[in-house]
Design a protein around this ligand. Structure first.
Ligand code: COA
Length: 131
């Protein structure tokens, strides 16, 4: 896997990942950092490359980049899934990668409405590593 980093704004980046030999696109991670915290804004793996371990590897690379370049050891993700699509399994992806719910209260889920047909649940997840 190889990667390219694009600066999108102040402390805001997109890291794109490609296969080493054929250079085909694997996916993108959008991130931001401030006050020693790294925020993973979005992570996408190409549809036909999902469930092959790439998403986990990309997340790991992004954490290493933030840790090595900016001395960051706390990462936050706002994970979303569409309500009623039983897509809560997405959170399994984050739990498997060491993220935990940030708030252990009933108010942990914020619901936002994208339009009048779709409702999205958002959950704050956090991971701290010891350097
Ligand atoms: C979420 C996403 C980045 C995961 O990337 P990936 O390469 O498929 O993930 P991995 O192969 O590293 O998966 C690791 C584990 O996460 C869990 N997981 C990942 N995607 C899952 C899915 N769609 N359903 C159920 N479990 C899933 C599984 O437990 C998986 O382990 P397993 O395959 O051994 O069971 C990818 O599915 C994606 O781009 N989805 C669409 C965009 C999106 O929802 N982004 C997140 C916004 S918050």
């Amino acid at each position: 896997m190889i990667s390219s980093i694009y600066k999108l704004g102040n402390n805001t980046y997109k890291i794109s990942f490609f296969q080493k030999i054929c250079k085909s696109k694997i996916g993108d991670v959008f991130l931001y950092h401030t006050n020693n915290i790294g925020y993973i804004n979005n992570i996408f793996v190409d549809l036909e490359k999902q469930r092959k371990g790439y998403g986990s590897k990309m997340l790991n690379e992004v954490e290493k980049y933030l840790s090595n370049s900016y001395n960051i050891n706390t990462y936050r993700i706002l994970a979303w899934h569409q309500r009623n699509r039983k897509n809560a399994s997405l959170h399994k992806f984050y739990y498997k990668n060491g993220y935990k719910k940030e708030f252990d209260s009933k108010n942990e889920i914020e619901t936002i409405y994208d339009d009048e047909y779709n409702k999205f649940d958002m959950i704050q997840l956090i991971k701290k590593i010891h350097i």
